[in-house]
Design a protein around this ligand. Structure first.
Ligand SMILES: [Cu+2]
Length: 154
């Protein structure tokens, strides 16, 4: 299943501008999929039909591996995708062109109403990592948040 989805995405990527899936979600810029055994903290984030995440701002330390438990408290599907704002905009654009497109990458969680999904992510660089819901209309309505990654104290 996963392979089939990846193949579909690859086929789509070929027909789209290079920037779109080129490095979406995989760049070293904002970290990498985390090792579940190294999780230092679990953070619950709710996503609601008011197009807001709670909390919408999260502080972590560089090097930290975090388990995000994304809970959908609404009546429509939501998503949480980690990335740079540029990548998230490109992803949202892709979702508008291909509504209902199935995809699942380690930096994203698609959450149906009433469900909970997890992302385990390691933040490798100090700075800000954005996250957003790329369900059509949601990103545009301001369904975004940020993870502020601080440099670890010496
Ligand atoms: Cu949403």
């Amino acid at each position: 299943m996963y392979k089939a989805i990846t193949a579909t995405l690859s086929a789509l990527a070929l027909s789209l501008p290079a920037l779109v899936l080129a490095d979406a979600g995989h760049g070293p810029e904002f970290g990498k999929p985390g090792d579940p055994k190294k999780v230092s903290r679990t953070i619950e984030i709710t996503s609601g039909d008011d197009m807001r995440y709670r909390p919408a701002e999260i502080a972590v330390k560089r090097g930290e591996t975090v388990r995000f438990v994304v809970k959908n408290t609404g009546k429509v599907a939501h998503e949480l995708v980690l990335g740079s704002m540029k990548e998230l905009k490109a992803h949202a654009e892709l979702m508008r062109k291909h509504p209902g497109m199935e995809h699942e990458e380690p930096n994203q969680a698609f959450v149906n109403p009433g469900e909970t999904r997890e992302i385990v992510w390691q933040f490798t660089r100090a700075g800000t990592v954005d996250f957003a819901c790329t369900v059509p209309g949601h990103f545009e309505a301001g369904m975004t948040g940020k993870v502020v990654v601080s440099a670890r104290r010496p």
